[in-house]
Design a protein around this ligand. Structure first.
Ligand code: ADE
Length: 254
């Protein structure tokens, strides 16, 4: 996959692209990140990229010219015919794991990160394919949001994660939150690991994990259960959880 980022602050990405899984993914040539400062494409003699809004009002608006030209240059360089062109903004669709999975199947993503009050509407209408928000709060710019999306997409690319870090049982990719995990020691300051996890009985462990996962989802994100295809057995368990207001202690009492 090729990922281009158009930003006025390319240096913000250096630490993220040069650390951990993203760095390794690049070294393994699974992904290729490119940073472009779209100010370089401004034809304005002062290299301005923003201007006052027509109709008046507070704040500045990013002008279309540098952004359209920077996207054109990237498309020409890559000979990419149908890249996804993603505008980071609080008005976009709220980002989800499903969207990460969809984007991870593309060959080329171009992210546009804005600052100031907003983007000229023609960028939205005639250039971008997607508008993404990472949540209902306002950041100073789209860079941190783009990093979130790029991180979550990169880790889904084939071979980006080693076995130890594998993706399929993550929270959200299954539609449920992840079950609780423990490691050594089995008893830490009298806080004990649930017996079932030490039992070596894999069927019982799987059952415990499924129920623990359902319980955690019920307690923290009941909205996720509405779209989750529960088996009859799982429905019974959720019913019990509801009756006990989530108060069933796992593992022994399930
Ligand atoms: N730019 C500013 N705030 C944002 C948000 N919440 N998501 C995406 N881009 C943004």
């Amino acid at each position: 996959m090729r990922i281009d980022v158009l930003t006025l602050f390319p240096e913000m990405f250096h630490g993220v692209f040069q650390s951990s899984i993203l760095k390794k993914a690049q070294e393994k040539q699974i992904v290729d990140y490119h940073l472009t400062n779209f100010r370089d494409y401004s034809t304005n003699k002062h290299q301005n990229v923003d201007d006052y809004p027509y109709g008046g009002g507070a704040g500045m608006v990013l002008t279309p010219q540098p952004i359209f030209d920077a996207v054109d240059a990237v498309k020409k360089e890559t000979r990419s015919t149908k890249p996804r062109i993603i505008l980071m903004c609080p008005q976009g669709e709220t980002y989800t794991q499903q969207k990460a999975e969809q984007l991870s199947k593309e060959e080329h993503l171009i992210f546009i990160c804005g600052h100031y009050e907003g983007y000229d509407e023609r960028i939205r209408e005639h250039l971008v394919t997607d508008e993404i928000s990472i949540g209902d709060y306002v950041l100073t710019g789209g860079e941190l949001a783009a990093m979130v999306v790029i991180d979550s997409v990169t880790r889904l690319l084939k071979d980006a994660l080693g076995n130890e870090e594998s993706a399929p049982c993550d929270s959200f990719s299954s539609g449920l939150l992840e079950y609780p995990q423990y490691t050594r020691p089995a008893n830490f300051h009298d806080m004990k690991v649930p017996d079932v996890l030490l039992s070596g009985n894999h069927q019982k462990i799987e059952e415990w994990r499924k129920k623990a996962s359902l319980k955690r989802t019920y307690e923290r994100r009941p909205d996720l259960l509405e779209n989750y295809p529960l088996t009859e057995e799982e429905k019974e368990w959720v019913k019990k959880l509801k009756k006990n207001r989530g108060n069933l202690a796992y593992p022994d009492k399930i």
